[in-house]
Design a binder for this molecule. Structure first.
Ligand code: T3D
Length: 263
């Protein structure tokens, strides 16, 4: 599929995806969703991709759904938002979480509505100092979607989640980092270099092990301790038969840097 609304490349083990509708603050229309869905499927099936980096073009990261596609003429039929979520937002969030490699999100500017929660669906979120997060849904009579009501209380607790969701107030990147909503807040000029360095580190890492870490942490919320211990055992068993574990131990014993193959 030709890409018109995203930029996409795989280089040096890192799949880079840039949301690219800057004049609309990279808000989502159906075509951008389709391109992103296609890119994620390609990344998943390309063995040369061992980490993903998601960012936005221009001054914004993503302003959520393109609302110009939602304006309804008086008396006209309403859009079925549930169908839109089933078709676009739910598969996107699930695909990011299930991608068998770390996903680094570089939040370069405002992340609003579904744009904020798609950032939170990524595994490591780095925000530029000038970036901000807005749960804009309450301003238009909606509920946080794209995982907002799932991620927010888990990341920042119910009181802060409730405040963010009910008010729709802007949260600065620095405050987001202080609250533990994101991994790091960096100077604007350092955002891409920082995100590239982290994605590059992951791309040279033990890919299956990193994917298993994602899986274990994301499943821990629904497991009791015994189920989680069993999951850790099962993952460890599988990884212990892999090339990267063998290489990691050999490198440690030989006092050299490991050369992980991702297998
Ligand atoms: O519908 C479904 O399928 C269900 C799923 C819904 C998921 C959702 O994401 S619902 C929430 C949708 N998003 C919003 O409500 C956010 C709307 N945008 C804003 O509130 C503001 O734009 C921001 C706070 C994000 C940024 O403000 P500011 O002042 O920095 O920029 P701006 O001037 O408002 O925006 C710049 C341009 O982008 C502007 O266009 P113009 O006037 O230069 O031609 C603005 O209209 C456009 N833009 C920004 N956000 C959207 C958008 N155009 C369409 N849709 C947007 N979401």
């Amino acid at each position: 599929m030709a890409c018109e609304h995203i930029l996409y490349e795989i280089r040096d083990g890192v799949a880079r995806v840039t949301l690219n509708r800057p004049d609309r603050l990279n808000s989502f229309n159906d075509a951008m969703h389709a391109e992103l869905r296609d890119a994620l499927a390609r990344i998943r099936s390309d063995a040369s991709a061992r980490a993903m980096l998601l960012t936005g073009a221009g001054r914004g990261f993503c302003a959520g759904q393109d609302l110009s596609d939602r304006a309804v003429a008086p008396g006209g039929p309403a859009v079925d938002l549930g169908a839109s979520i089933d078709r676009n937002y739910k598969p996107l969030v699930l695909a990011l979480r299930a991608l068998p490699m770390p996903v680094v999100c570089a939040v370069n500017g405002v992340a609003a509505g579904a744009g904020a929660n798609i950032a939170l669906a990524c595994d490591i979120v780095i925000a530029a100092k000038s970036a901000s997060f807005i749960q804009a849904f309450s301003k238009i009579g909606l509920v946080p979607d794209s995982g907002g009501t799932y991620f927010l209380p888990r990341l920042v607790g119910t009181a802060r989640a409730m405040g963010l969701a009910l008010t729709g107030d802007r949260l600065s990147a620095e405050q987001a980092a202080a609250w533990g909503l994101v991994w790091q807040c960096v100077d604007d000029g350092e955002l891409l270099a920082t995100a590239e360095a982290i994605a590059g580190q992951f791309a040279a890492g033990p890919t299956r092990g990193l994917a298993a870490i994602k899986q274990a942490l994301y499943r821990s919320g629904a497991n009791d301790l015994e189920a989680q211990l069993d999951l850790e055992r099962d993952l460890q068993r599988t990884l212990g038969f892999g090339d990267d574990y063998r290489e990691g131990v050999a490198a440690f014993v030989e006092k050299r840097a490991p050369r992980f193959s991702g297998r």
